[in-house]
Structures are given as C-alpha cells and as structure tokens.
Write a protein that binds this ligand. Structure first.
Ligand code: PLP
Length: 398
C-alpha cells in the first residue's frame, strides 16, 4: 500500500544505512553505532526503589498531570541548573519526554515550511530529521574545532534570517567537540546583535573528562532572552526513563507547553515521580565520577587502536567528554561501503555522511565508546581495522 500524502515523513525515512543498522541488531555484531550509555552502569536498584515508592504513594501518581511537569521535579531540575550557572526558575522549566521531544517542540513552535535553521556541520542527525519534518531550510555554518566561525555565522544570519541557531557546544554529537569560551561568547553576541534565538542542546556536559566544566550558553545569556536550553537524564541516569527538560525565555516555554499538549498532554507522571524520589536519595556526583572514569577508560582503549595504526591513515580530535569519537580516514573511501564489510566482520559504526547538512564528507565515521566494555571495544576495533584493511586492499587490486 502506498500513502502518497504522507510526504513529511516519507522524505526522511529509511536509507540504506538505516536498514543496515537494523540488521546489526539481529546479528552477533559489536555495535559502535548507537548513542547508547552502558546499561551495566545504570543505577538499576535505586531506580527500582524509586518506582516502588511511586506505587506505595497511591493512585495520584498514576493520574493525569500538568503539561509543564511535576512541580517537585521542576524544582530539582532548577537546582541542578543553578549548579551549572543557569538561573532558571522552576516555573520556567518544561519537563519533556526526553530532550528529543524538546527539540521537536521547538521546531513545532517556530518552523513553517521554508523557514531557515542554522546548524553546525556535521550536526545531530535526529535534530536534522525533526527540522526536516517541519520542512525547514537547513543551512550549515562553517565550523572548526572551536565552534562556528563567527564571520560565516553572521553572514548567514543576515542572509537567511533564521528562526533559530541549533548547537551542541559541549561534547557534540557526532564530533565530540567542545566549543571555546570565545566562540560561545561570539555566538551569543551575534544572537543579541541580530535578535536571533539559539537552541542549546546539552545532553553530554556531565560526562566530562576534565576538571573544568565548559560554561553553557544559557549561563552566559544572563538576560535569559536568547537561549533555549535543553538537557536530559538519558545519558547520566537511563534513557528508558525518557525525562528531559527545556528552559529559556518565558514566552517560548509557554508556547512549547501548548505545543506539548497536542503531542502527549504531559510526560509520564509515574516516571516523573520516580525521578523525584530517585534524585532525592541518589549520590549523583559519585555516580557521575564513576561514569566519567569508566567512559574515559573506554575512549582510551578505542583511541589506542587508532594511534597504533599508520599515523597518516586517521584524523580525529580527542574528545574531552561525551560519547563519540569522530574519525576521518585519509583515503578516498566511502564509509557507507566500509560499513557493509565491517558488518560482515562483526562490527558496526555510523558513516559520517548523513550528519552533514551541506556537502557530506564520505570518508568520516562516528564511533560510540560508551556502550561496550573495554574488552569488547578491543575486539570491535580489531574487526574494524580488519574491515578497513580489506576495503583498502581490494581497491589496490581494482
Ligand atoms: C545531541 C542529542 N540531543 C538529544 C538527544 C535525545 O536524547 P533523549 O531524548 O534521550 O533525552 C540525543 C540522544 O542521543 C543527542 O545525542
């Protein structure tokens, strides 16, 4: 059956890469593909206790709740934001079903077909998909290791009058990049000068491998007018709980709450209550130290493989946090082709091309280092190198 009118979603559905990633799940393949935390590090018992408390507290937690979210959870989130230097009152926090929903709501509020969004290049794939669904005109701003290039950004703001600028300044997906303070300030100055909104997506800042925490754009925006900030418990607690949040200019939060009403009325009251109980009792700082230590160790194992190989073969910037290693292969190679051979060898990754809003760099790939154990990462990297050797050797013989 063909549904010719379902154009919005058809334009972004299954590519060959997606189909391949689906096959991976059904086979004995080591996957560096998803943005998955390690379930072995989830605080399972503490979450179980929190959910038990929800059910012991009676039927109210199973009732409909306010769209904006559980008031106690909003208070707890606002306290966490204060620790990051973000002065968000709890009334100005919208609890969302993951930060993915926050991105979707912002798109829903602002984007009509043909409206422009400025993004980094490469950018988070599911954000690009969300903007595409609303038929936005997605324009990539030139970036380097420190963030967007201010001159190019200003030219594109003036030329395209974007509805907003979407960025992940701290340990980005896919590049694992962290913006310099100077570039953060430059972005904010331009947003103020040209009266443009910034959407700061910050799921990864708690997973840092350095002592110093990069300052969020929302903390630099002391007037609270130019930055919409979203984050999540998915990467630090567990993604299955599906709790994220959005904060920023009051009027935008109000409109986003209205948009959320037509999406899901509210985020699960059970999950929100459980998260409240969980946060009250849980030693979060200790947990974060553990995650950082574990994930850094895994990154080191992965990087050791790249460092061991021909020094001219790979190029990457060492991530200072987050979940991803972004690698360029210094050969004429399409990593979508490499993926096919890699899957036969028993390992998977995401080819870089779909992350680009402009000209795709087909010699790039994204590796996740947080899901597999160090031993499995070793095995997976061994397989990946074998796959690459095969592909490069076959091209010599061609
Ligand atoms: C950059 C970025 N934003 C948002 C999300 C969505 O996270 P969630 O909806 O689980 O909070 C992800 C998940 O991988 C992500 O990488």
């Amino acid at each position: 059956m063909v549904y010719p009118f379902a154009t919005r979603v058809q334009s972004i559905t299954s590519s060959a890469v997606r189909d391949l990633l689906r096959i991976i799940q059904s086979r004995d393949v080591i996957s560096f593909a998803g943005g998955l935390p390690d379930e072995g590090l989830f605080p399972v018992q503490e979450l179980e206790l929190a959910y038990q408390k929800v059910f012991l507290s009676g039927g109210k937690s199973l009732q409909y709740g306010p769209t904006e979210g559980d008031s106690e959870l909003r208070l707890l989130i606002s306290e966490r934001l204060k620790e990051k230097g973000i002065a968000a009152s709890h009334e100005n926090i919208l609890v969302t079903t993951g930060s993915q929903q926050a991105i979707d709501l912002v798109a829903k509020v602002f984007l009509s077909p043909g409206d422009t969004v400025l993004v980094e290049d490469p950018a988070y794939l599911a954000a690009l998909q969300a903007f595409n669904i609303y038929e936005a005109n997605i324009i990539a701003v030139q970036s380097d290791a420190d963030g967007m290039i201010p001159e190019d950004l200003e030219e594109k703001i003036v030329t395209h009058r974007p509805k907003f600028i979407y960025v992940i300044p701290t340990f980005s997906n896919p590049q694992g990049k962290v913006w310099s303070k100077k570039r953060r300030e430059a972005l904010l100055n331009l947003a103020v000068k040209h009266n443009v909104l910034i959407v700061e997506d910050d799921p990864y800042s708690d997973l840092r491998f350095t002592d110093e925490a990069p300052i969020p754009l929302a903390a630099i925006d002391t007037l609270g007018k130019h930055v919409l900030y979203t984050s999540t418990f998915s990467k630090t607690v567990a993604p299955g709980v599906r709790i994220g949040w959005l904060t920023g200019p009051t009027e935008v939060i109000r409109m986003s709450a209205l948009a959320k009403q037509s999406s899901d009325l509210h985020t699960s009251t059970i999950d929100q209550r459980a998260m409240c109980y969980f946060l009250q009792d849980f030693p979060m700082q200790q947990h974060l130290y553990r995650l950082r230590e574990q994930y850094k160790q895994r990154l080191d194992v992965m990087q050791a493989y790249l460092k061991k190989s021909d020094p001219n073969l790979f190029q990457w910037v060492e991530p200072k946090g987050g979940m991803f290693l972004w690698v360029s292969i210094n050969r004429e190679i399409d990593t979508a082709d490499l993926l096919k051979v890699a899957v036969e060898e028993g390992v998977a990754f995401v080819p870089g091309a779909p992350f680009f809003a402009s000209q795709p760099q087909t010699n790039t790939l994204r590796l996740n280092y947080t899901h597999a154990s160090p031993e499995v990462i070793e095995m997976g990297m061994c397989r990946l190198m074998a796959a690459l050797d095969k592909v490069l050797a076959s091209r010599v013989h061609d």
